[in-house]
Design a protein around this ligand. Structure first.
Ligand SMILES: [Zn+2]
Length: 62
């Protein structure tokens, strides 16, 4: 099972219709809108794992 990083839903990679490759990894989405949002700003959803605080979280406190 993969995760749709945009809406946080679980997506089955075997049946997923919407996916995109980014930096050598494949990401799966539940809907075309989620894929589109991801492609506009992938870093927002991948975030920075070293801080555990995703970019673009909207808290404005970085
Ligand atoms: Zn989604």
């Amino acid at each position: 099972m993969a995760k749709d990083l945009v809406c946080d839903m679980d997506v089955d990679e075997k049946t997923a219709k919407w996916k995109t490759a980014y930096q050598g990894k494949t990401y799966y989405f539940c809907a075309p809108g989620c894929k589109k949002q991801f492609e506009v700003n992938p870093q927002k959803y991948i975030g920075d794992s070293s801080t555990g605080h995703p970019h673009g979280c909207g808290c404005g406190g970085h």
